[in-house]
Design a protein around this ligand. Structure first.
Ligand code: ZN
Length: 110
């Protein structure tokens, strides 16, 4: 009855045009540090396009480890020099979109 006509779409896929880079260079967006602070903020998610309040997540970053190192050098005992790893104010702050969960920006300690 219904004969499945096998239309072979074996055409070579369209070559995606390379991004036009002639003229102006693609500039990376300004450092997120200028936009994202250490508190959640209202932004338009660049991934899902929704206006969201960012979810923030603290994680010890390079800055905290450097602080640890300098405290250690300054003579703090091992326990004390770990303090920067435990303090939110010494950690890097990452802003996530609550909708799609993508990382929107971050605020590094340094
Ligand atoms: Zn999103």
């Amino acid at each position: 009855m219904a004969s499945a006509s096998s239309t072979s779409n074996s055409r070579p896929s369209k070559n995606p045009q390379p991004a036009q880079t002639s003229g102006q260079q693609m500039k990376p967006p300004l450092s997120n540090n200028a936009v994202y602070t250490r508190v959640a903020r209202q932004v338009t998610c660049k991934y899902c396009g929704n206006e969201v309040q960012t979810l923030i997540d603290y994680s010890p970053g390079v800055g905290a480890f450097l602080l640890c190192g300098s405290l250690f050098v300054l003579g703090f005992v091992f326990g004390c020099c770990l303090i920067p790893l435990l303090l939110d104010s010494c950690r890097d702050v990452k802003h996530y979109c609550p909708n799609c969960g993508k990382l929107l920006g971050r605020r590094d300690l340094l």
